[in-house]
Every structure is written in C-alpha cells, then in structure tokens.
Design a protein around this ligand. Sequence first.
Ligand code: GLA
Length: 385
Amino acid sequence: MPLIAEIEKTFLEKFVGEYALFRSPGRINLIGEHTDYNEGLVLPAAIDKHIIMAIGKRDDHEIHIYSHDYSDSFTTALEDLKPSGKLWPDYIMGVIDQFQKAGKELQGLNIVFGGNIPQGAGLSSSAAVECVTAFGLNTIFDLGFTSLELAKLGQAAENQFVGVNCGLMDQFASIFGKADHLIKLDCKSFEYTYIPFNTKEYSLVLFDTQVKHSLASSAYNERRRQCEYGVELIQKHHPEVGSLRDATHDMLNKYVKNADEIVYNRCEFVVSEIQRLQDACNDLLADDFIQFGKRMFETHDGLQNKYEVSCEELDVLVDAVKKHPEVIGARMMGGGFGGCTINLIENDAVEKVIEATSKEYKDITGKDMQVYRVSIKDGAREVKN
Ligand code: GLA
C-alpha cells in the first residue's frame, strides 16, 4: 500500500474526526558543506523521499502522536511539552513549543506520521519531520507564517528542544525545494535563487555507509566553536568581520594561522568552500558538469583533511569511485562521521559502479552499503486527495 494510504488508514484506526495530510521531503546538498552556520552559501535540493503526516484538531489541549515507523505512540498536552527521552516525539513537540513561544494559540492535536527517508543517513529525516509539522500547523490553524519563518521555527526546534546546534540548510531545503532545481541559499541574507539541475546524462546516486559514529553531534558543535574562535581572532583587527562569510584567506594567514593551526585549517576550508560553491554555480550555468564534479571531489578532500569530519567508511567510498572515470564527482554529504556519499555518475555506468563499489566496500570494511537513486522534487505541501 502506498505510504499516504497507510498513514490515512492508520489515522482512521486510531482517531476519529477530520484530518489534513501533509508531505515534507528529505534533502541532498550538492556542494557547500558546513557553510550554513558560517553565514555562507549552500546548494541543497529536496528529494523524492519524504515524511507524510496526518493532523487533526482536538477540542481539548491533549496531543496524541502515533509513529507509523516505530509502531509507537506518545501523549502529552500543550502546556506540558518537554523532551520525551525517546527522541522521535521531540521533533514534533519542539515545533509545537516554538509556535507557542511565538505567541500562537493552538488546540489539541491527533497526529499520525511516517516516512521513507532512511534515518541516520544524513538525508535530514528529522528536519523533514519538523517541517511537515510546522507546515501542517500553519495550514490547519491558518497562522500566516511565511515559508522562511517556518524553516526557522523548525531549526529553532532542533536547536532548543532536540539540542542539535544545526544551521538552516536542512529545514530550508525541506520547505523551499523545487522539482529539478537546486536552491542556492545565502545563509546571511536568506536570499535564494533556484538553479535548474538538468543532469541529462548523469544520475544522482547516494551510497550509504550504514554507519553513524557517536562523536557526530559533539564534533559538529566543536567545529562551530572553532569557526567562531577564528572569527574572534580576526575581529581583533577587523571588527567589521561578523562571520567567516566576511573573512579572506589573507586575514586567515595573518591572524589565525600562527595562533592556532587546527582552527586555521577549519576556517580555511570554510572560506574556500564558499568560493567553491560560487564557482560551481557558474559551472552549472555553463553546463559544465565535468568541472562541477571536480569541485565535489575537492570538497571531499577539504572535509577529510582540513575540516576533519569524514571517516574511514566515507573515504573508502569516495576513493573507490575514483577508479571509474564515469563517476564525475563524489563526496561525503551533510554533517559527516557517517551517512552517505553523493555521486554524479554517467547513466550507462551506474549499475557497474554500484556493483564494483559495493564489493570493494564490503571487502575493506566488512559492511554492506545501501544505494539510493534520488531525484529532485518539490518542498513541503498539503497532500490533497
Ligand atoms: C547538518 C546540519 C546542517 C549543515 C550540515 C553541514 O546537516 O543540520 O545545518 O550544517 O550538517 O553542511
């Protein structure tokens, strides 16, 4: 049975009353990693894997949530929102909490949700849950938040309620996604443009390491602090520099390099990555996928050696595809320390590359990789029958 039908069926089994259905997708990111929280640029897109949520209003203040994927329920009340200890309800409660903090009066809710975004794979299934909740609440209560406000409310839920200090990229992509387009988002001004991504002879294929190392979130927060420290060092001489977005290689060489070599490497990666993204967008406009792909490999190299957020499994996958000239670009994607690599592969070679890479990955790591072929779809929507 299709996912939407399953969610509706489950809602009708669990609850009575009217409901509306919403969809919000996971995301990929082509280039521009760890740049969002440095007020840089990112180039994500929403994908054909999503969360579906059925939401109905209640007459009281109770919140009843059923997770279709975990076959598990959770009940609370509007005035009693706190972390649940089992994480999955927290993404939804965190958003409801943000809506209330923004002064919105809500009613009780019946919710059933489920999805097909692989979890822990770096495809932002948690942002999709936040965004489908935010989009759904905004619609059924007719609250009038803009799309940007919805993305920011989702991010605030993740920062404050879940405790992950993420940037805005994932939630922005889940809300603003547009079929067959990448989103070039400026995380300083929040201006964005859609760039057509007509890959024609190339396929977008994700290779999932099937690992998520436990240091992922502490290392993420540590990288953020290192970037902030780099900015502090520069600010002593250039008070006008508010983030790494405003920093130059010259400033890093003068004020950061001798003070702290590790912090220098982190900052150097970010400043280079922001420039790389601009160049990569020009490649796309010139229809030069080969050059675009080369920059993806460069990004991986920086994430591996300068930002140090890769891991053995991700490096094995990127090194493995370098043996196939039909793979024109590949890199780790997202926060790092596990999850997926993103690969641009000539259509005719996809099967061959998958077969060879799966085998090599198994031989070296002893693990099985998963493969997802993705296409680029629209962002959050109400699903009408
Ligand atoms: C995670 C975060 C994003 C972004 C990426 C790295 O996906 O949620 O905000 O920082 O890592 O680019």
